[in-house]
Design a protein around this ligand. Structure first.
Ligand code: MN
Length: 264
């Protein structure tokens, strides 16, 4: 089994190293890392289209790219690796990617890029920043990968890949209750933008922190993680508001009607 690992915190991030060490210790697994050179958190699925990408190899064998998480997985799958991995794994992120975070997350973006190319993928995050109990999180991640490896889609079945978003509480291994499948919750809108004055007198702005949980009810990732579970959320990409499709039909029909006296 060949596994591609990436992340969004950068190739030197502790979470990436811990995930790599835990996964490559699994039997029958070959692992390669292609990760961003710098922190690319909140870059979502962004691709770099207007400047060239360069790949370098670090002393530990990790390859790093002057681009986004999605760039890394994209170029890995479209030429750099020279083979198709059986699984793409991203993380372990420095902080939660729950609820709306998944829209912004570069950790999820890297995994989603694999998914878009038909490769099953998992995004791993720790729920708190700071890497506390990172070894426990890496062991949980490796446990899930080991569980899924035997059932990975063959290349023939790869038209139906899956994408998992996993959040692991920063707890010692014996205090993580286990895995729980959860839907995404919702966050409140982000905190206010922070404005400061730079040394030259210009006003500069910093994006505020993510909001607290707004929908953290039972069944959500927020709830399960707060209870001490590692959460598993299967994700899909279709953003269509299927419920409201019929609501918009009359508007489109109305606007498509011939305008009286108007030219076609
Ligand atoms: Mn990050």
């Amino acid at each position: 089994m060949k596994i591609l690992i990436s992340n969004d915190d950068g190739y030197q991030a502790k979470g990436l190293v811990a995930l790599y060490e835990a996964i490559r210790a699994l039997p029958g697994v070959e692992v390669e890392v292609v990760a961003p050179e710098h922190n690319n958190s909140a870059k979502s699925n962004a691709l770099t289209l207007h400047s060239p990408l360069y790949v370098h190899t670090a002393h530990n064998g990790f390859r790093y790219v002057n681009g986004t998480p999605a760039d890394c997985v994209h170029i890995a799958l479209t030429g750099l690796l020279g083979y198709r991995p059986d699984l793409v794994v991203s993380g372990i992120n420095n902080g939660a990617n729950m609820g709306d975070d998944t829209i912004y997350s570069g950790t999820v973006g890297a995994a989603m890029e694999g998914y878009l190319f038909g490769v099953p993928a998992i995004a791993f995050s720790q729920t708190e920043k700071g890497w506390a109990h990172l070894d426990a999180a890496a062991q949980k991640a490796a446990q899930l990968v080991a569980q899924l490896l035997p059932s990975l889609p063959s290349p023939v079945e790869a038209a139906l890949p899956w994408l998992l978003n996993v959040n692991i509480p920063n707890l010692p291994a014996d205090q993580i209750k286990g895995f729980k499948v959860a839907r995404l919750g919702r966050r409140h809108a982000a905190e206010k933008v922070i404005s400061q004055t730079n040394p030259r007198g210009d006003t500069m702005y910093w994006i505020g922190s993510a909001g607290a949980a707004k929908d953290g009810d039972e069944g959500t990732d927020f709830h399960a993680a707060a209870q001490g579970y590692a959460t598993i959320t299967p994700l899909q990409i279709d953003l269509t508001d299927h419920q409201r499709l019929p609501y918009w039909v009359p508007t489109a029909v109305q606007m498509s009607a011939p305008v009286p006296g108007g030219s076609a």
